[in-house]
Ligand binder design. Structure first.
Ligand code: HDL
Ligand code: ZN
Length: 424
């Protein structure tokens, strides 16, 4: 048996990648999801066959095909929604479920020992009745190879805030401090801040107001559990660099100084267009090509801040990688929503490796339902093994000595989110 530092033959490389990227070997932190542990309660911690079938990646297909009008669907019970979706898109589907949302349901069912070809959901529901939520969570994380899960913490959400202040935290989770309400809806947020005892005015560039917003951010950093970044999504044309804009002023005077002091990166998510179809709820959001100039200016003007960036429009993923080539304080990260499809994930992984080497975090699941972890991470690991296998054979052909130890070290580096010198 050769040791980890033995030079690999070209034809040995694919098998080594397969074992080194497997979920029992490459165990990672999932750096962006919408998950919370089961003790947050069924409204906040989603799992089960009906939650998988009503996940908005699946729901949008139901509405898009005109199987049901969303307003009627929204009045049904979760089980009625699940049964209807199962019949229309799976048991009696007009086509086979190639889309990643529906395929993900099949992959998760099979992985958990359920029949993805069942005529109805009776057996699947019995499994969930018989299996404690904590066991479902443990199985999903084990099958996905996930060690800890970073959620999306919106303290302006009343139900979430109550859990963060009064609930029992699940140590499988870390916190992504989500700031959309503060940054994108400041007038509305300012009313809440004043009600919570933060004396903020209407102008976030005013010194006393900026200080109070920073105090709010710092206070909640203490109350949340294991905050690893501040995060915000932005509509496609958001002028995040423009101090005369409300968003630009809040970021410049409050959010970025607070994150710098807390030694936390800022996770930027340009591109969503919210509520294009309001009755479709979270299935009714869209995506736009983002102007990336504002982000180029923002990272350059804040050299002491660290930034992650993950644009939603896939064309902007190229811009994000270029941005990381001429700034040491920004890394591209993962995929989400409309760009996590395997074809796009593969092209982005190649582009990022070829353009930057390792200046990125390869993947995060953006999961909303615990079982989403299984298909999303399983699919990504297959892509990672294939692409890195080709890249390592290419390096081998160029004369590089390739070893199992070198491959393992590269994978550790790629999934290390703490590489920013600005946070040391
Ligand atoms: O803003 C986000 O973080 C997005 O992920 C939205 O929550 C979206 O609804 C989603 O779940 N996408 O996968
Ligand atoms: Zn998300």
């Amino acid at each position: 048996m050769s040791d980890a530092n033995t030079a690999l033959q070209r034809d040995q490389i694919p098998a080594v990648l397969a074992t080194e990227t497997a979920p029992d070997k490459l165990i990672i932190d999932d750096w962006h999801t919408h998950l919370l542990g089961p003790n947050a309660g069924p409204q906040l911690s989603l799992h089960g066959i009906d939650q998988q079938l009503t996940y908005h990646y699946v729901r949008r297909k139901l509405f898009g095909a005109g199987h049901i009008d969303p307003a009627t669907f929204n009045t049904w019970s979760l089980e009625q929604q699940g049964d209807f979706t199962w019949q229309k898109l799976f048991a009696d589907g007009a086509s086979d479920p190639f889309d990643e949302g529906c395929r993900g349901v099949i992959v998760a069912m099979e992985a958990l020992g359920l029949d993805p070809n069942a005529a109805d959901l009776h057996h699947a529901r019995q499994y969930y009745t018989d299996t404690p939520a904590e066991e479902i969570q443990r199985r999903c994380m084990e099958l996905a190879g996930v060690r800890r899960i970073v959620g999306t913490q919106d303290v302006f959400n009343d139900r979430e805030r109550d859990y963060y202040e009064n609930g029992a935290w699940d140590d499988n989770y870390l916190s992504g401090y989500r700031l959309d309400e503060l940054v994108l809806h400041y007038p509305r947020a300012a009313v809440r801040l004043n009600a919570w005892g933060y004396a903020v005015g209407s102008d976030p560039s005013e010194a006393a107001t900026a200080a109070e917003i920073r105090r709010f951010l710092t206070d909640w950093h203490e109350k949340l559990h294991g905050v690893v970044y501040g995060a915000c999504s932005f509509p496609p044309q958001c002028a995040v660099h423009d101090l005369s804009s409300q968003e630009g002023a809040i970021l410049h005077h409050a959010v970025l100084p607070a994150l710098r002091e807390l030694k936390l990166p800022f996770f930027m998510m340009p591109g969503p267009i919210r509520q294009l179809q309001p009755t479709w709820r979270d299935a009714g959001d869209g995506v736009g090509l983002s102007d990336m100039f504002p982000y180029q200016q923002l990272v350059r003007r804040h050299p002491d801040n660290a930034f992650f960036i993950t644009p939603l429009h896939n064309a902007n993923q190229y811009d994000a990688s270029v941005l990381s080539c001429h700034n040491d304080n920004v890394m591209a990260i993962g995929h989400w929503w409309f760009n996590y499809h395997p074809g796009l994930v593969e092209q982005d992984l190649r582009m990022r490796l070829e353009m930057t080497g390792d200046r990125f975090i390869p993947f995060n699941s953006d999961a909303r339902v615990l079982e989403n972890l299984i298909p999303k991470w399983r699919r990504f690991r297959q892509i990672l093994a294939r692409v890195l296998g080709e890249k390592y054979q290419d390096l081998h052909d160029a004369g590089r000595t390739v070893t199992r130890a070198g491959i393992a070290q590269t994978l550790r580096t790629l999934f290390d989110p703490h590489r920013f010198t600005q946070l040391k």
